[in-house]
Each structure stands twice: as structure tokens, then as C-alpha cells.
Design a protein around this ligand. Structure first.
Ligand code: GTP
Ligand code: MG
Length: 333
């Protein structure tokens, strides 16, 4: 039996959460075309007859502009530090756009680096003592696959021991290939989780995430990034669950945009989120949403903690999940 932890790391929007969901066979993590979709490290356990892979999906590494952003980066770094194996995901769609830069007249010809500068910085700072698999994702967007070869060569020069796998995580075969490569690197060990364990997060975490997912899909520009969700009421029944949630924004203008003309946008977000939560719980859901201005919540440690964005601590796999999320479970005053 091979068993261990795999940290899913990379820039934002490269397809880390898409991979996690495909590997689990469940749309557990939220996915969107917008950057900074994932905000918390999320455990997802993949069970195979001879292997157990405990993935930690992480927020995309980026240049942080807020305290929330700094905490997101710290969560990703911590996951990389704690894992047995690293899966670095990168997006090769830029190869379609990249044109080799013209050398200045008289300058010596040097091969243009095709590695994204942020990936290069990441490769240089990742723990070098751990097995590394690099998934070059979104190859479906590269028409001429020969364009991948110089990139593969350059990556091999930076980390010669890394396994390089061109993939499209929209294709199940790619996901299986990456799982097979990762499994080879995992230590021989007994399974660490029961065979029915999917994650360690409580249902309330996913309720908040699935509401935020609809904000990411339904609101534009900076608004989704300024939204956090807290639960005021979460009464889980056998056939009906009643939920009241508050969407926190930072400014009055964002509140107006999120509510929309005549409340149309927030209504649409509520309807879509309700369907997603009903699929999760397997029964009817009554969902009520409120929008509130909580100035500077992305900067203030106390607000961040109240909204569930604690400082990066030990990996979620070893932390008591209910303790992390306790503030959201409380009844409204
Ligand atoms: N064309 C194409 N799109 C993909 C592929 N994999 C993922 N995507 C899309 O890329 C976007 C971002 O995917 P996510 O899985 O949310 O990316 P992420 O790396 O988790 O992003 P963060 O959570 O922001 O760090 C989504 O719109 C996905 O549908 C792929 O192989 N091909
Ligand atoms: Mg993600």
C-alpha cells in the first residue's frame, strides 16, 4: 500500500481545484475562471485499491495586496512544507500567445525563457528535498503541441529530477496519468484515512464556499474578491435544511453591485447556490442571503479570524476542523 500527502500548488487559475475534483470524482472544491478562487487549503482524499492520496489543494500563489492574500500564500507554503510529494500545476495556454522576443541588434542569441517568471520563482523556492511532479495543464489550448518541447527542456534544466507531465485536466485520462505518477513517489505506508473519508471540513464550510462560488460566477471585477460569507443560521434537518448567510463586502458600492437592480443579482446568486447546496445535502434547502458592509475585513486580523481565514497553521489534515470553523456555527445574536 502506498499512502501519503500531496500538496497541490501553483499560480492562481491554473487548474489545481479542477484536478482535485476530477481525482475525487466529486465537485468538492469550488472552481471558477476568476483568479484567487481558492482561499483555504482543502483536504481531499483519493482512495485506490493499492494507494491512498491525501491532496491538499491550496490558494494560488500570487503577489498579495491584502492581509487575506498574505495568509492565502502562507497556507500554500505551509502545505508544501508538510507534504510528502509536491504537484506543481502550471498553465501552458500562454505558449499559444508567446512569440519569441526579437534579440536586440548585435546581441548574442540566447533562448527566450518560456517558463512563466512566477513559476520559475516558485520552482526555485519549493522544498528541494521532496519529489516534484509538474503538470503542464491546459494543453488542449495549445494547437501546435511541438511548442511544448522547448518548455519541457527548460523545466528539466531547472529541476532535473522532476517528473514533467503535459495534461488537460478536462480529460479523465490526464487525471489518471498524474495519479499514477504521484503514486510511484508516495511512501510505502498504511492508509491514514478511513476508506469513506473524503475531506475533513464540516458541511458548513462547503455551504459558505458554494455561496461564494456563485458570487465568483455571477459578479464582475473586484466584487467577488471583496466578498466573504458567514453563516447566521444552519439548521440541518432530515428533509429540509434552513440556512441564513451574510455576504460581507468592504464598500457600499460593492453592496449595491452585489444586490443588483431590484435585488435581481443576489436573488440569482441565491437560487444557484441553493441548487448546489441541495445537491451536497441530498435534500431541500431554504436559503436566505443578506449583504452587509464590513469595512476592511481583508486587512483586519479579528475580522479575518471571524470570517474563518485564520493564520496558516499546521496542515488541515492534522487540525481539528470544528475548532477552526466554530465561529461560523454560532447562532445570530
Ligand atoms: N481549457 C482548459 N481549462 C481548464 C483546464 N483545467 C482547468 N481549466 C479552467 O481553468 C479555470 C481555473 O480553474 P481552477 O481549478 O479554479 O484553478 P485553480 O488553480 O484552482 O485557481 P485558484 O483557486 O484561483 O488558485 C477554470 O475556468 C477551469 O475550468 C484545462 O485543462 N483546459
Ligand atoms: Mg483553486
Amino acid at each position: 500500500m502506498r499512502s501519503g500527502t500531496v500538496a497541490l500548488i501553483g499560480r492562481t487559475n491554473v487548474g489545481k481545484s479542477t484536478f482535485l475534483n476530477a481525482a475525487l470524482g466529486e465537485p468538492l472544491a469550488i472552481v471558477s475562471p476568476k483568479p484567487q478562487t481558492t482561499r483555504d487549503a482543502l483536504l481531499g482524499v483519493v482512495h485506490r485499491p493499492s494507494a491512498q492520496l491525501a491532496f491538499l489543494d491550496t490558494p494560488g500563489l500570487h503577489r498579495p495586496k491584502t492581509e487575506l492574500g498574505r495568509r492565502m500564500n502562507a497556507a500554500a507554503r505551509e502545505a508544501a512544507r508538510a507534504a510528502d510529494v509536491l504537484l506543481l500545476v502550471t498553465d501552458v495556454a500562454r505558449l499559444e500567445r508567446a512569440r519569441p522576443a526579437k534579440p536586440a541588434p548585435g546581441a548574442a542569441r540566447s533562448p527566450t525563457s518560456l517558463i512563466d517568471p512566477e513559476d520559475l520563482a516558485l520552482l526555485e523556492t519549493l522544498p528541494s528535498d521532496k519529489p516534484l511532479v509538474v503538470a503542464l495543464n491546459k494543453v488542449d489550448l495549445v494547437r501546435d503541441k511541438r511548442r511544448l518541447l522547448p518548455l519541457l527542456e527548460q523545466l528539466a534544466a531547472v529541476r532535473p529530477s522532476a517528473a514533467l507531465v503535459p495534461v488537460s485536466f478536462l480529460e479523465p485520462a490526464s487525471v489518471e496519468r498524474v495519479l499514477a505518477v504521484l503514486t510511484e513517489w508516495l511512501p510505502e505506508a498504511p492508509a491514514a484515512f478511513d476508506e469513506d473519508t473524503l475531506t475533513d471540513r464540516p458541511t458548513s464550510f462547503f455551504v459558505r464556499e458554494y455561496i461564494r462560488e456563485q458570487v465568483l460566477l455571477g459578479a464582475q471585477r473586484e466584487v467577488p474578491h471583496a466578498v466573504a460569507v458567514s453563516l447566521d443560521r444552519f439548521e440541518q434537518g432530515a428533509r429540509l435544511t434552513r440556512i441564513s448567510a451574510t455576504l460581507h463586502v468592504e464598500k457600499v458600492g460593492q453592496r449595491k453591485i452585489l444586490v443588483g437592480t431590484g435585488g435581481e443579482r443576489i436573488k440569482h446568486i441565491g437560487t444557484a447556490a441553493r441548487a448546489r447546496i441541495e445537491a451536497l445535502l441530498g435534500h431541500q434547502v431554504h436559503l436566505e442571503l443578506f449583504v452587509r458592509v464590513t469595512p476592511e475585513w481583508r486587512e483586519l486580523p479579528r475580522q479575518l479570524a471571524e470570517l474563518g481565514y485564520s493564520e496558516a497553521g499546521p496542515s488541515r489534515a492534522t487540525t481539528e476542523p470544528e475548532a477552526i470553523l466554530a465561529p461560523q456555527e454560532q447562532e445570530p445574536e
